[in-house]
Design a protein around this ligand. Structure first.
Ligand code: F6R
Length: 614
């Protein structure tokens, strides 16, 4: 949520900042801006809209400097307009700041500063911070250095921040600090970058340091030092090498990142599984949790917590873990869990699922569970992310960077890990080797299954062509596929703005059936497993009310055909692998519907990829 990129070094910062902002645009795209320091002055240029709008502005009136900070915004306080865009300047126009997060006590500080005659121009909480730094630097009786003014200001604010600041009176110095919002320092040859993630950095250096909460980095010409915000004692941190490739963070030949990432699933699910099978023994190897494996086996209960799509993965995780390992699992939205009087003790395991590893509510839920004595495990995609570092142990999904705002390959990777975890636990309990081998065989076949699914994209397009004008969609599934109905509906809502609901198929008659008429497309998830006859009956109920039936199944079936207006047949697979393959066809359907509706697929309105505020 909001992207930050900063550069200090020997190169022209403008193209580096602009390219970085383009790479970060998935984190927010309400407005963008950059501030540059040259020998004498600070220049700031910013504008509401996309990074391309900022680029046109800079093309018309070029600016230069030797170091700079950039920001792409997802608005929290203040509407998305030019004035509320970052960077924000203090009233002397000598200090510039970019901020990701929320300053919770901004109102109180603003009142005090206003009473001292300091004029404000924006509605943002971020401007308060830069004005406070300025006040402490220029007007404090203690004659604070710039660094001390930044430290002092940060100790007055309450909330979450990742910030980078520049000051005209301290040329050659860049200060960044983190509390609750991620920041990564890139350490290159005679140059440094700071990003809210590694994507704007990787082209220039692979050596990075992940800042932790309450840390501040000062970059001075050729050196950097990291200390705590509230003490100048140096904190020694090790450089981490990131193995991200440029191809992974670019669209290549695809029109959208979402489509690229849907197609990536031909190999990304295998990447997630690589080296983690033990076929002979019908089990899996998950090294990241080995120290805590016996605790999981003996746990009295497991909580799974997450948000959005990752929460849907959690619902499937519950189904799998209860089925294979017979341990009770509770799945909770992290935003609810963090404020609830949850029942946790040292026999409780908390599994947090997060693609980004930075979601504020999920992180808060982990911290709460830890405080209450639970062992915390993470299932994360981003290596080095806060959640992966704060949990006691975890499993990386290794699906590669996911840039499209609507999660696709990260979801199927999460499901893959949950299957592997459930199987591993189950094999230590009563699940037979044969059952384990069957499941593994199906997983190992998944690359071919995905290829087959992608091959029917013309059929999916045809469904979209005839249904894209609908105002509402219903998604029905049963058992382990009910969360897939929820996920299919979420994908559609996010990128096509069609209202959609996921429902357990049998629940439909307790209310939503009232909505069904000849204009309502109903996506029916109908694998030919033991639930088939039940879902068939539910499809009949929709048919009787003239709903438009779009059936997803895994075998041609003669009772389904006459009932369905459209039928999409995906490869037959293990019933616990079907949620993965089924979610891919639903991703394709949402994508094609959004294409027909001419929506901004990679940058849906009001959304951002990584939700680092509460
Ligand atoms: C939907 C989507 C979101 C995320 C949610 C959690 O397509 O991407 O619902 O799943 O914001 O994000 P992570 O997994 O990064 O914690």
């Amino acid at each position: 949520m909001c992207g930050i990129v900063s550069y200090i070094g020997k190169k022209d910062p403008v193209p580096i900042l602009l390219k970085g902002l383009r790479r970060l645009e998935y984190r927010g795209y309400d407005s963008s801006g950059i501030a540059l320091l040259n020998e004498k002055t600070l220049h700031c240029i910013k504008r509401a809209g996309k990074v391309s709008d900022l680029e046109s502005l800079i093309d018309d009136s070029p600016i230069n400097g030797y170091c700079g900070i950039g920001h792409t915004r997802w608005a929290t306080h203040g509407e998305p307009n030019d004035i509320n865009s970052h960077p924000h300047l203090d009233h002397t126009k000598k200090i510039a700041l970019v901020h990701n997060g929320i300053i919770e006590n901004y109102d109180a500080i603003k009142e005090v500063l206003k009473s001292r005659g300091i004029p404000f121009t924006s509605d943002t909480d971020s401007e308060v911070l830069v004005q406070l730094i300025s006040e402490l630097y220029y007007n404090s009786n203690q004659k604070l250095s710039f660094e001390d003014a930044v430290r002092a200001a940060l100790q007055e604010v309450v909330g979450a921040y990742g910030i980078v600041v520049l000051c005209e009176d301290e040329p050659g110095t860049m200060i960044a600090a983190r509390m609750g919002s991620p920041l990564v320092l890139g350490v290159g040859e005679g140059e440094f970058l700071i990003g809210s993630d590694a994507s704007p950095i990787v082209q220039y250096t692979r050596n990075v340091i992940y800042l932790d909460d309450n840390e501040l980095v000062i970059i001075n010409d050729d050196n950097y030092s990291i200390s705590k915000i509230d003490s100048k004692n140096i904190v020694t941190k090790t450089l981490t090498r990131i193995d991200l490739t440029i191809e992974e963070i670019e669209k290549g030949e695809y029109p959208h990142f979402m489509l690229k990432e849907i197609h990536d699933q031909r190999h990304s699910i295998s990447d997630t599984m690589r080296g983690r099978f033990n076929l002979n023994d019908g089990t899996t190897q998950l090294g990241g949790i080995s120290d805590y494996f016996s605790n999981i086996l003996l746990a009295s209960r497991i909580y799974i917590t997450a948000c959005g799509t990752s929460w849907h993965a959690g619902l499937i995780g519950k189904h799998l873990i209860e089925e294979y390992a017979r341990i009770p699992v509770h799945v909770e939205y992290a935003s609810e869990f963090r404020y609830r009087n949850v029942i946790i003790d040292s026999n409780t395991i908390l599994i947090a699922i997060s693609q980004s590893g930075e979601t504020a509510d999920t992180l808060a839920a982990i911290r709460k569970a830890k405080e209450l004595g639970a062992i915390t495990l993470g299932i994360c995609n981003v290596v080095g992310s806060t959640i992966s570092r704060e949990t006691d142990a975890g499993i990386f999904t290794h699906t590669g960077p996911e840039i499209g705002v609507a999660s696709t390959k990260a979801f199927t990777a999460q499901l893959t890990i949950l299957i592997m975890l459930a199987l591993k636990l189950g094999r230590k309990k009563n699940v037979s080797k044969k059952r384990g081998k069957n499941l593994i065989r199906a997983l190992r076949h998944i690359d071919q299954d995905v290829v087959s699914i992608l091959k029917i994209s013309h059929e999916v397009k045809e469904v979209a062509k005839h249904t894209y004008e609908a105002d509402n969609f219903l998604y029905l599934g049963r058992g382990i596929n009910f969360p897939i109905a929820l996920e299919g509906a979420l994908k559609l809502k996010e990128i096509s703005y069609i209202h959609a609901e996921g429902y357990p198929a049998a629940e439909m008659k307790h209310g939503p059936i009232a909505l069904i008429d000849k204009n309502m497309p109903v996506v029916c998830i109908a694998p030919q497993d033991e639930s088939f006859s039940k879902i068939l009956a539910n499809i009949e109920e929709v048919k009787a009310r003239k709903g438009i039936i779009i059936t997803i199944t895994d075998k041609i079936n003669y009772s389904l055909k006459p009932l369905s207006d459209y039928i999409l047949i995906i490869p037959n697979t293990h019933k616990h692998v079907f949620p993965i393959t089924c979610s891919i066809i639903l991703q394709m359907l949402a994508y094609e519907l959004a294409v027909f509706r001419d929506c901004e697929i990679d940058q849906p309105r009001n959304l951002a990829k990584s939700v680092t505020v509460e």
